[in-house]
Ligand binder design. Sequence first.
Ligand code: BES
Ligand code: ZN
Ligand code: ZN
Length: 491
Amino acid sequence: MYRTIRTGSPRKPAVLIGLPAGTSRLPKSLIELDEAHGGRIKLAMRSRMFRGESGDVIVEGEDIVLVGLGEMDSLDLNAIRRLGGRLVRKLHEMDIHALDVEIDLTIPRRIAGPESVGQALAEGMVLANWQVDFFDGKATTNTPSSGSLSLGSACQDVRGGMRRGIILAESTNESRRLSATPPNICIPSWVAQQARAAARKYGFKCRVISFAEAKRLGMGGLVNVGKGSSHKPCMMILEHKPARPRPGHRLALVGKTMTYDSGGYSLKISNSMKGMKYDMNGGAAVFGAMVAVARLKLPVHVFAVLPCAENLVSGDAYRPDDIITMHNGVTVEVTNTDAEGRLILGDALSWTCRRLKPTAIVDVATLTGGVVVGLGHFCAGLWCENTAFRNQVEAAAESTGERVWQLPLWEEHRAFMRSQHADIWNSGPSRNAHPIQGAAFLSYFVDEKIPWAHLDIAGVSAVEKRDDLHVVGPTGYGVRLLSEIVARTGA
Ligand code: BES
Ligand code: ZN
Ligand code: ZN
């Protein structure tokens, strides 16, 4: 794939035209462009059997690229992202390095304006251009990324949208790079190093709470979960504080960052352990969102909090039956060491409420296998009992195409987490309503007055099958969603 995709004023670009399914005559909006290309767009349409199915691509000569928009009824931003993905693979195959994007000319404004079209297309292209090649060795059969693709457009709004889309997708790819890094390299201190480097590069603040400090702060969750590994836990706090933030808003993003989850003494059986390097994808999403928020210079005061640990087995590891005291003084009976995410998040949430006093919180976590059973890989589970904030999260998800689905969190669920030997247990005696148990547990650590949304992304943060936007591996789910939630805060 391409090493870089950029906007610019490409020389001798191929022109990109979108055509709805079943177009037989040149649309009026393309007449001028067709004349400028000596009537060759019309010719290209006729000379090939072009049906215009979504994502069909035809390259005519070296300078005309036709892409199918599919049926207008089903054309939306997500379809545009996906066709961007299919397009970039084809362009690379055809060795095209400069593109004049004119697909907005045939997309009615009621479906999407030129800026959104440019953004969605560029997002799709940059997401699909990503590959996991950092660990290709001497025996690789993959071709390394090379060359660049330069994107221009006659329309200023399309160009602006593409710039935004590239930033959002590159930030998503930053997140995917962390996720894809294997757990023998990606240990808590490595994540902290990455956070510090990103803070320097993109201009946000970074502070790291060490293992020793976490002990002093009484973070029983983070300390106990992480102490069994020789790679000790830590917690990173990133802060984006623009010069003139929208007044009255301080948004906190909290991400579960388990660099590896073996299950601990409640050991995962081998098949379900594989892939647990992705148990840090909530933190990676929050990390990527901070990169995007800083690069886009969004006028909102935002914090990201990443509790980070490795859940292993050793003579120092915590065990089932342990009772631990969390940062806010709540005691927890450990019934299962594999329900570790909620323990590190509980401390992070309580610390965030007390120290950062945010006006709203979103936490993102690969929290339960149960959410994968319930919702599959189609959407994340969403818990949010504050209607206004839930509307904001749902509207953001609608526009970025990272879908969410609400599940309930009632007093009965909270009561179910009460234990006989301590205040609460980290997992109930039955697996009933498993993902909701996770949310109910977390609610014990969030200040009631602060609007709070919990996203369980266990089903959506990595894919096992290649699709239009992703190769097998992390999807970066949440980076664009969180950035959009930030953008809508106080707007
Ligand atoms: N990290 C897992 C959840 C998970 C499962 C993420 C599958 C991605 C794919 C989490 O820490 C966990 O182990 N959850 C247990 C909880 C249970 C032991 C209470 C689960 O879901 O089985
Ligand atoms: Zn676990
Ligand atoms: Zn986990």
